[in-house]
Ligand binder design. Structure first.
Ligand code: SF4
Length: 386
């Protein structure tokens, strides 16, 4: 006999689909609106605490809907205010993930590593999300940026990253992606997330459909109501998926994780670079810019003596100018067991200076939460190997 279908996950539902479930369960449509308000406006995800619902309806919702799926199994706070959650997901939810095949012209990301997406999430189904506070240089207001995951593990396997060490375990559903933001907002003192970056575990564009559904919820006025310009999707580079995203014309920012100024250096760091060249990425980035009118950002992790030399900066400036892109420089956070080092402060500033001299808009992203293993995938890696 097939296993019974798990109850729907609240964060997977929009108002119409929630109302449809309520109609099936004999609840009036206005109850759906009330429940949406409890969750998204008041941060209440326990039906028993929804005090304007009859007790009978609260019991019914406790029975039929699942609100929080992720269990925070570790919560760490850094001295700079960064907060990190390691979430454990239940085993019965993964078969709802809509594994999305990249478009034909992109490298087959699973096959390239000889892996297949495993739909049965096991005890290791853990993902990380991080809240990074920072004062806006423009308005002086406090920004609270959520860095969220799109997959369990990652199929890309960047050589410097803890998330890619064990390969890909599964895709997250849109609801699981959205729930990370809710869970971070539940941490006392955070109140409201103001910005989102898809820079946690996983390659967002290899889980395209679920990520796009999550983006709609994050921007919806009935949910988080975040302006698109406050959301950044970061990809290591699937050119056909970048074009597909451009065609949707969502008002979000695209960041390409380039990490190298040429194919030779990139291939040493990113296995997918065997199949996708820097030129192909720049062409896809141009397409994104032409279609949406929004500038693309290049992300560049500086690794000591690997990609942080002056000649790399000169070459990178040429690439950025072709794309009219901004560059975010990120100083590498060391991961125990991986053979990469953090560059010196002087080298980072020298690199930025060379880029700026060549007219490229460049920021150094502050390394936050070093004391809580805030680099991508590091907390999960440490938890599973402790
Ligand atoms: Fe995946 Fe990003 Fe880590 Fe690369 S850096 S392995 S794309 S999570």
């Amino acid at each position: 006999m097939p296993a019974p279908k798990p109850a729907p996950h609240f964060f997977d539902l929009d108002p119409d689909s929630l109302s449809a479930h309520f109609a099936d369960w004999g609840l009036p449509a206005f109850r759906a609106k009330q429940v949406m308000q409890w969750v998204y406006q008041h941060g209440v995800a326990d039906p028993q605490a929804m005090t304007n619902l009859a007790q009978r309806d609260r019991d019914l919702l406790s029975d039929r809907l699942r609100f929080r799926l992720g269990s925070p199994i570790r919560h760490e706070s850094a001295t700079d205010g960064t907060q990190k959650l390691l979430l454990q997901w239940p085993a019965d939810h993964a078969d709802r993930a809509d594994t999305d095949s990249p478009a034909a012209t992109d490298p087959p990301p699973l096959a390239i590593l000889g892996q297949s997406a495993d739909d049965s999430i096991d005890a290791a189904a853990q993902t990380e999300c991080v809240m990074i506070p920072a004062e806006s240089k423009v308005s002086g207001r406090l920004r609270r940026t959520a860095c969220i995951s799109s997959q369990v593990g990652c199929p890309v396997g960047c050589k410097f990253c803890a998330s890619g060490l064990g390969g890909l375990d599964a895709n997250l559903t849109a609801g699981q992606i959205v729930e990370q933001v809710f869970q971070l907002q539940q941490i006392p003192g955070i109140e409201r997330i103001t910005n989102i970056v898809f820079m946690g575990m996983g390659e967002p564009l290899a889980n395209f459909n679920q990520v796009v559904r999550a983006l709609h919820t994050l921007m919806a006025d009935w949910a988080f109501n975040l302006a698109g310009r406050r959301i950044t999707v970061s990809t290591v580079g699937l050119p056909a998926q970048i074009r597909r995203l451009a065609d949707l014309n969502l008002p979000i920012t695209l960041a390409i994780s380039l990490h190298a100024p040429n194919d030779d250096v990139r291939r040493k760091l990113i296995p997918w670079a065997e199949r996708v060249t820097v030129d192909q990425l720049i062409d896809a980035g141009r397409y994104y810019f032409d279609r949406t009118g929004r500038e693309v950002t290049l992300e560049y992790i500086l690794l000591r003596h690997v990609n942080d030399r002056v000649e790399h900066a000169r070459e990178l400036a040429d690439v950025a100018r072709r794309l009219r892109a901004n560059i975010n420089l990120i100083r590498y956070n060391e991961v125990a067991g991986l053979p990469f080092d953090r560059p010196t402060t002087d080298d980072v500033h020298q690199f930025q200076h060379v880029l700026r001299e060549r007219g490229v808009n460049t920021h150094i992203r502050a390394s936050r939460g070093r004391d809580i293993a805030a680099a991508c995938g590091q907390l999960r890696y440490e938890h599973q190997h402790s």
